[in-house]
Design a protein around this ligand. Structure first.
Ligand code: HEC
Ligand code: HEC
Length: 200
């Protein structure tokens, strides 16, 4: 063999080495698995667009005070968590908040208006922490996965976020950046996929 022929062989040997070193079957499997995981937790990413929106967070704060508006300023009149999270007698939430929005006075409303219990605080939590907390019976009000699914897709306070009425300044309150239908589909998709807790 002359020197020139040897040179021709180098790329062929290199290619063969690469092909042998690559385990295609294994790679394919890994790809499918991560794609599936991404699809499952992708539904939770969509849910996060609502869960972390002020329309939800204003009632799921990390302190004991409901918040107002897109800038999440503390509630007027120093309203704070009271007995059973529905306000002290003098400031009972339903003194002002009725079963539906009052677009003349700007007071939002929906049935059983109240502040979420402190175990359901989500403000400042990561998606992993929110998902974990939401599915934890010791923190979610003793709800089973099915009850959480129902709450997320049917509860009056949850659905209010897509019909939040007009504020005291006469402006229509902003809704979460995902439609109610897409959000509900994402919730159902996440539960159908086994409610896999998303990792950061
Ligand atoms: C004295 C009347 C009054 C009481 C009592 C009251 N609220 Fe309000 N609340 C209002 C008014 C008025 C607004 C509208 C403010 C605005 O549009 O800027 C409001 C707005 C809110 C909002 C803002 C919604 C949003 O996403 O912007 C939340 C949350 C809220 N109240 C929760 C509560 C909770 C929980 C309680 C009981 C612990 C309560 N409120 C008690 C009058 C009251
Ligand atoms: C007016 C206040 C208010 C608003 C707005 C609100 N919630 Fe809640 N949330 C509550 C209260 C009160 C509870 C506890 C009582 C109950 O179970 O109904 C609760 C409980 C929950 C629970 C039960 C489990 C847990 O650990 O948190 C979920 C899930 C939930 N809310 C989701 C949402 C979502 C999603 C939104 C927005 C799309 C939202 N909430 C908006 C007041 C509110």
């Amino acid at each position: 063999m002359d020197k020139l022929r040897l040179l021709y062989l180098i790329p062929i040997i290199l290619l063969a080495t690469i092909l042998l070193a690559t385990d295609f079957s294994n790679n394919d499997e890994a790809n499918t698995t991560s794609a599936e995981t991404a699809e499952r937790t992708g539904d939770f990413d969509k849910m996060m667009l609502a869960l972390t929106h002020p329309r939800c967070l204003n009632c799921h704060p990390s302190d004991h005070k409901p918040k107002q508006g897109m800038d999440q300023h503390p509630h007027y009149f120093g309203i704070a968590r009271g007995e059973a999270d529905h306000g002290f007698i003098a400031t009972k939430c339903n003194t002002c908040h009725q079963d539906e929005n009052d677009d003349f006075s700007g007071v939002p409303g929906a049935p059983h208006w109240g502040l979420a219990p402190s175990t359901m605080n989500w403000e400042g939590l990561s998606k992993t922490e929110i998902a974990t907390s939401m599915m934890d019976r010791t923190r979610n009000g003793g709800k089973s996965p099915n009850e959480i699914l129902k709450h997320l897709t049917e509860d009056a306070l949850v659905l209010w976020a897509w019909d939040p009425g007009i504020d005291v300044d006469g402006n229509t309150r902003e809704t979460p950046p995902i439609s109610k239908e897409e959000y509900i589909a994402a919730v159902k998709g996440w539960f159908a996929g086994g409610a896999v807790i998303p990792q950061e």
